[in-house]
Write a protein that binds this ligand. Sequence first.
Ligand code: PEP
Length: 271
Amino acid sequence: MRVPMMAGNWKMNCDLAEAEALARGVVEGAGSVEGVAVLLAPPFTALERVASVIAGSNVKLAAQNVYWQEEGAYTGEISVKMLASCGCAYVIVGHSERRGRFGVPEPDMTEDLLRVFGDTDAAVNTKAKAALAGGLTPIICVGETLAEREADLTDAIVKDQVVAALEGMTPEQINGVVLAYEPVWAIGTGKTCEPPEANRVIGVIRAAIDSVAGAGAAHDITVLYGGSVKPDNVRALVSQPEIDGGLVGGASLKAGSFSELVTVTKEVRGS
Ligand code: PEP
C-alpha cells in the first residue's frame, strides 16, 4: 500500500526561534493526523530543535540534502549518520535547486557560481544509495525545466532522471524510496502543473520505475507532486490517482496552510 505524504521543504528559511515556532504550529495543526506521513525538512541548523518539538507527535523529520561518504575530510558536508543522529528518517535528494536548476530566475548567478549547486544524476544516485544504506528514506526529485517542456522533452528527461537515480539498486531498495515529480518551472513560481498533466507525468515515472525494478514495482511506491502546491489547489492534485501527496516549499512556511494541506490529503487519500 502506498503511504500518502505531505512534506514541507523549508529551504534556506528559519533561524532557530522561527523553526521552533513553525514546528510547534504544525504539531498543533497536523501532529495527530494518522494515515498521512507528515514530514518537515528544516535547514540542517534547526534539525535537532525541530526534532525535540515534534517528539511524541506523528510528524517526522527530513533533511534537505546529504553527502554520501560516512565521514572524513569533506568540509561543509553532512553524512547520513549525522542526520540520523539528529532524528531524521527521510532526506530530500536531487532537488532541482541542488541540481542548479531554478524555477525562479537567479540573474546574479554566473555559470561559475551555479556550480555550487552541482548535483548530477550520478551524485543523486550515490546520495540515494547512501541514504538507504544508512536507514534513511530518500525522497528523490525529478522534473523538467520550462525550456525542456517547450521542446517536448518532459517525458524523456523525467524518465532518464528516474532511471539514473535508481541505477544499481536492488528491487528491495527501490521499494524503499519515495519519488517526487517537481517540474522546475512550477517551483516557487506560483504556476502549478495542471493536475491531469502531473498525473500523466507521474505515470511516466512509474513506468520508468517498472523498467528498472520489474513490472508492478512502482505500484507500492509513494510518488509526490511538487510545484506551488497550496491550500486552493491541493484537493485537485491529491484527487489524481497517481499523486500520493506533495513536496511543498512556500506553503509549508505557514503552519496553518501546511496543516490544511495535510488535512485535505487525509480527507481525500487517508485510510
Ligand atoms: C519545493 O521546494 O520543492 C517546492 C515545490 O517549492 P514551492 O512549493 O514553493 O513551489
